[in-house]
Design a binder for this molecule. Structure first.
Ligand SMILES: NC(=O)c1ccc[n+]([C@@H]2O[C@H](COP(=O)([O-])OP(=O)(O)OC[C@H]3O[C@@H](n4cnc5c(N)ncnc54)[C@H](OP(=O)(O)O)[C@@H]3O)[C@@H](O)[C@H]2O)c1
Length: 394
């Protein structure tokens, strides 16, 4: 079968397409003919040979990847034969020898999710299912920790990424206002094109008129109002000023950060109210800023930051922004991932919830699809910040 392997640690080009023997499903396992394979930022870290959490380095040669979707073609001992022919997605687990960049994968039956049908009756696309099995589940887990409400003003880093595109939709669906930070004009354009589809009047200047919807859990979705979303390119030097202008002097109440480093720190600084000398102050009390014409929120919410990654490679400690010493006691930092995070609970319920959101259309899934044989290109584009949405090999 076709598989992507590397025999040494190094640049993306160490990833090569090879022929390796088909696996045989063992007891409790099934064999999946895979058509979609998730690519994760941590796959690039491992490929470079950088050790440390969250994954130890594998022995070489190795087949990277931990997310697959496809069709069950055989079952091992003790597995119900009715699995054969079913369309499934699975996260293979936090193992260094992932094995996911392979066209045939033996996987424990207990890890399988049947790919659901969309509300329209059409099956969910396998690449979209891939995006839900790892990235969607992390989005829900992080959102549960963040507890977004309609009173929030939410700042999202890497907003055009796999997680970011889901966070924006969820925050807007919750009635919150959003400042989306993304690297470059092309990414902002993607968000402009994506969001009117999801929430027709969320963008500034759009015509109101969308009908309130209903979530699959039966709760009414608040009618989106105009001007609930600001898009900011944080690769330009004065981006913090642009974000502050969008906030019209009010503090953000929630930062969702998966980037860390300088960009994460800059985003964190938006939790402080701007003072007359341009520095953040310790006045984080929520205020009614609806008259200010910016995106600032109108209700009470605890200022908080939820950290779920460090794509920049730099630690996310959030202690170095202007005024941090004065406001850090009033901002709650919660870690979804990393050395300061509590142990994660069983992720299966989060996977189920994410798949249900995609199937119902509550989330529009954005994927960056790359042909399977071009895994090296997928890694390079991810490392060079040139992807939008979840990266999937197809
Ligand atoms: N997907 C998951 O299952 C998952 C699970 C747990 C944790 N996380 C973490 O969540 C964060 C986002 O993950 P994601 O999978 O949704 O990825 P992603 O956002 O689709 O891609 C990473 C993005 O991070 C930004 N970035 C900033 N500095 C970067 C750098 N030096 N190198 C690479 N990217 C950089 C880029 O967006 P801009 O150009 O817009 O800045 C880039 O597109 C990462 O820290 C990841 O480790 C993800």
């Amino acid at each position: 079968m076709d598989a992507i392997r590397h025999h040494s640690f190094g640049p993306p080009e160490v990833l090569t397409l090879e022929q390796i023997p088909d696996p045989t499903p063992g007891p409790g396992e099934v064999l999946v003919d895979a058509v979609a394979h998730g690519v994760h930022l941590v796959d690039t870290t491992v490929r470079r040979g950088e050790s440390g959490p969250p994954l130890p380095l594998p022995s070489l040669p190795t087949v990277p990847g931990r997310e697959i979707a496809g069709t069950v073609t055989a079952v091992g001992a003790g597995v119900d034969a009715s699995w054969v022919g079913r369309r499934v997605a699975a996260h293979l687990g936090r193992v260094p020898d992932g094995g996911g960049y392979a066209r045939r994968v033996a996987v424990a039956a207990e890890k399988l999710h049947v790919i659901p049908e969309r509300d329209t009756g059409a099956p969910l696309d396998p690449a979209d299912a891939i995006a839900m099995i790892g990235t969607g589940r992390m989005a829900i887990y992080t959102l549960d920790i963040a507890a977004v409400t309609a009173a929030d003003v939410v700042v999202v880093t890497a907003a055009a990424g796999g997680l970011g595109t889901l966070f924006i939709q969820e925050a807007l669906n919750s009635g919150a206002r959003v400042v989306a930070l993304a690297g470059g004009a092309a990414k902002l354009q993607l968000l402009r094109e994506l969001l009117p589809d999801v929430l027709p009047d969320a963008l500034p200047g759009a015509q109101p008129g969308a009908q309130p919807g209903a979530r699959s859990d039966g709760e009414a979705v608040p009618l989106p109002g105009p001007d609930r979303l600001a898009l900011v390119d944080y690769t330009v030097p004065d981006w913090v000023d642009a974000a502050r202008a969008a906030l019209a002097g009010a503090p953000a109440t929630l930062v969702l950060d998966g980037v860390g480093g300088e960009l994460g720190t800059g985003a964190a600084a938006l939790l402080g109210r701007e003072s007359t000398n341009g520095e953040a102050t310790d006045d984080t009390a929520p205020a009614d800023v609806s008259a200010l014409g910016g995106i600032g929120g109108t209700g009470p919410a605890t200022p908080r930051l939820v950290a779920y990654g460090w794509a920049s490679g730099a630690p996310n400690r959030y202690t170095s922004w202007a005024g941090a010493d004065r406001i850090e006691s009033s901002v709650e930092v919660r870690y979804a991932l990393g050395p300061d995070a509590p142990p994660m609970p069983d992720q299966r319920p989060y996977q189920e919830r994410a798949l249900a959101r995609a199937a119902s259309g509550q989330w529009r899934v954005v994927t960056h699809r790359v042909p399977f044989a071009e895994a090296a290109r997928a890694h390079r584009e991810l490392e060079e910040r040139r992807t939008t949405g979840k990266v999937v090999l197809v």
